[in-house]
Design a binder for this molecule. Structure first.
Ligand code: GLU
Length: 467
């Protein structure tokens, strides 16, 4: 069974780079009917926070990415790590090193002066004497010091590291007994049965060390897929300004989970030239072997385009539900179909859509001065008066076409062009000259509200024009 994982360090929010590898891992597990598990790597007590863990879980919930089974917290697994450290000590695969900080610094300086790679020199590797007093030892693993360590990477191919170039007997437990990063990652991946590790290629340099741990403990080495980074349009590592921001900030900006996931799946992975993928399609088609070998480029226009696509294709009831998150309560509005059908064609984000809805359902309290100047010319007030009177005398007003008919009869009766009623009416209804079709606006707000807005505009413009 394929078991993948996402293993965030809760040092901050979940950013989109992390989310992308999480998505890849999720898809691969689901495609294979396997498991996708979540492990919170919260061993760095100084930098980790519970809020960050909460934020990560919240983001997963919003996106609908469900992990299988219990969440594993590294901070609760000290006993397990201690057990394996002891095992390595007992088997002579790890040893205590009593080198003091000063000695280490001295060694480092010497190596730097000789232009050598700085590394631990193995002086306690075979130590049998009496340990120096007053030094709490660290535990070092016996790493192979020559030969090659091979990572058969599913994305990058075979990568061979020369042990003497990159390894030394690295520390697996600090003087206070706490285990180190590469040790716990390898132990956890093995114990959790993770056999497919998909992660950012910024972790590639850790992989040989983790392989050393797997081998020392006799664990099976998983398949690795190191995913190239996401770059901005200038080819640089994505920064906060480019969009490397909290996943939840995308929600605030009005992106839908589907659009964000669809956007991310295409960053570094492709299936022909297909751009739109439903979750089912992603699951059916994703294969980490198809991940690109080079960095992908973040492109906001693409995200906006996808978001517009998903908004347009979301059923109105669902859309109304989503809009509640942006303060717009439309779920029980009887004209939400008409309203959303009209607006969702053009909205790029849910936030934009929410603003447009608000602009329609809220009685305007002021009018755009330029719009007023343009619209309230000639007999505009008389036109609005006529329109108001006709509305008041009409009973069956439900659909946009009903309102359109009333407008038409004003136009015919007064022998004016449509613009002569359209412009002042638009200002009356919306306070400005932009927005969707007026017949739609009126059908949505209803007869009473339409009459109120028309009357308000007449009052305010009569006062203005009489002073
Ligand atoms: N905790 C690591 C991180 O957040 C990921 C570890 C891994 O994927 O192996 O970068």
């Amino acid at each position: 069974m394929v078991v993948t994982r996402f293993a965030p360090s809760p040092t901050g929010y979940l950013h989109i780079g992390g989310l992308r590898t999480a998505l890849f891992s999720y898809l691969w597990a689901r495609k294979n009917g396997g498991k996708f598990v979540l492990r919170i790597e919260d061993t760095d007590k100084a930098r980790n926070s519970e809020e960050a863990t909460e934020a990560i879980l919240k983001a997963f919930e919003w996106l609908g990415l469900e992990a299988d089974g219990e969440i594993t917290y590294q901070s609760k697994r000290d006993d397990i790590y201690a057990k394996y450290i002891k095992q390595l000590l007992d088997e002579g695969k790890a040893y205590k090193c009593y080198m003091s900080k000063e000695e280490l610094a001295e060694l480092r300086e010497k190596q730097m002066a000789n232009k050598e790679r700085t590394k631990y020199d193995g002086r306690y590797r075979d130590f049998t004497g009496t340990p120096p007093e007053g030094v709490e030892p660290v535990i070092r693993i016996k790493a192979p010091l020559s030969g090659e360590i091979v990572v058969e990477d599913g994305v990058k191919g075979r990568i061979s590291f020369q042990a003497e170039d990159i390894l030394d007997d690295f520390v697996i437990a600090r003087a206070d007994g706490s285990p180190t990063y590469n040790f716990v990652v390898a132990v956890d991946d093995a114990l959790m049965g993770i056999n497919e590790v998909i992660r950012g290629d910024d972790h590639l340099s850790n992989t040989p060390k983790q392989i050393v741990v797997y081998e020392a403990l006799g664990f099976e080495i998983p398949n690795f897929y190191h995913v190239p980074m996401i770059h901005n349009s200038a080819g640089k590592k994505l920064s906060k300004r480019d969009g490397a921001t909290d996943v939840m900030a995308y929600k605030e900006m009005g992106y839908t989970p589907q659009a964000l996931l669809n956007f991310l799946v295409r960053l570094g992975w492709s299936h022909g030239d297909q751009e739109i993928f439903s979750m089912e399609e992603m699951i059916a088609l994703f294969n980490p072997k198809d991940i690109n070998k080079s960095a992908s480029i973040y492109n906001t226009e693409k995200l906006d385009w996808l978001n517009a696509h998903y908004i347009k294709n979301t059923p109105n009831a669902e859309l109304a539900e989503m809009l509640t998150e942006y303060g717009v309560m439309l779920t029980s509005h009887d004209k939400k179909e008409i309203l959303l059908d009209a607006l969702k064609e053009r909205a790029k984000t849910l936030k934009e859509l929410a603003t447009q809805v608000e602009e329609i359902v809220t009685t305007p309290t002021s009018y755009d001065a330029k719009a007023v100047k343009k619209a309230f010319k000639g007999n505009a007030i008389e036109v609005l008066n006529t329109f108001g009177a006709k509305l008041s005398a009409t009973d069956e007003l439900h659909l946009p076409v009903d309102y359109h008919t009333v407008m038409e009869s004003v136009v015919n009766e007064m022998e004016i062009g449509f613009g002569k009623i359209g412009q002042p009416l638009r200002v009356a209804l919306l306070g400005k000259l932009s927005g969707p079709g007026l017949d739609i606006v009126m059908a949505v707000i209803g007869k009473e509200e339409t009459m109120l807005r028309v009357a308000n505009a007449i009052t305010s413009q009569s006062v203005t024009s009489s002073v």
